[in-house]
Design a protein around this ligand. Structure first.
Ligand code: ZN
Length: 267
């Protein structure tokens, strides 16, 4: 297949997965809904079930002008953005990893990170179900890749990443809570960091993810307070920063590490 057809297929596949991730993003935080029931999508405002032709990723949002066909309530722009971001990231991962199992691992990783990013930003929680799904799928593919490579090291370094990632963030949360005398970070962040370690491996990847997310979190947290006059006491979820940093390290980790060492004069 020509590369252009692979890109088009991946884009459409990414939109479809993004649409499923939207179902997760909307329903998982709600106590009375699950991703299986109700079967059909519905408008949260007027409860009308949404017809298949109004449920095409990205396209339906544009054709409906971002409003429900029946009650004209605005549909959040987050949903088409999630679909587009998923599709674009799938293509970016293909450009980075090509036709490999690492590409499959990367696609699963971003499909776990995207709903965590949005749900944590909105609700300040990282649902256990998503982390657990990431753990099971991640372990499976990592195991298959290790078997295919005939490399027990590949598996070992990722299991170390899982344990060390979780422990590192637990320690940071523990010390942070002791200093600030309040919960600095939730258990959801600790579990997420363990998953990140499983997908990315140890050790420099863990250092980079924690470093980049702490830095960007501090910058954006300061901007929120200084420019947008947000209350100093209002919580800032850490999950979105961990997720964003993970994608950066997944794509450019090696180059980033090289330039950091050169910059620090160690290389
Ligand atoms: Zn409606």
């Amino acid at each position: 297949m020509d590369d252009i057809w692979i890109h088009i297929t991946l884009f459409i596949f990414g939109l479809a997965i993004g649409s499923f991730l939207n179902v997760c993003i909307y329903r998982i935080p709600l106590p009375d809904k699950s991703i299986y029931s109700p079967r059909r999508s519905f408008c949260p405002e007027c409860n009308q079930s949404i017809k298949a032709y109004d449920n095409i990723p990205l396209l339906s949002y544009l054709l409906l002008g971002g409003k429900c066909r029946y009650c004209k309530t605005k549909i959040s722009i987050i949903y088409p953005i999630v679909e587009l971001a998923t599709a674009v990231l799938f293509i970016v991962m293909y450009l980075r990893f090509g036709k490999t199992l690492e590409f499959v691992l990367a696609v699963i990783f971003v499909s776990v990170l995207i709903p965590i990013f949005v749900i944590d930003a909105r609700h300040y929680i990282i649902p256990n179900g998503i982390s657990l799904t990431g753990l099971i799928l991640g372990l499976g593919i990592v195991g298959i890749i290790a078997y295919q490579k005939g490399s027990i090291d590949y598996l070992r370094i990722r299991l170390i990443g899982f344990v060390a990632g979780g422990l590192a963030l637990w320690l940071i949360a523990f010390i942070g809570s002791a200093i600030m005398r309040k919960t600095a970070m939730g258990g959801g962040d600790v579990k997420l960091m363990a998953i990140i370690g499983l997908f990315l491996g140890a050790w420099k990847e863990l250092v980079m993810v924690i470093g980049i997310s702490a830095l960007t979190g501090a910058i954006i947290g300061t901007l929120l307070i200084v420019i947008w006059k947000r209350d100093r006491k209002s919580p800032i979820p850490f999950g979105p920063f961990l997720a964003g940093a993970s994608v950066v390290v997944l794509l450019w980790g090696d180059q980033l590490w090289e330039s950091y060492l050169r910059f620090a004069g160690w290389n």
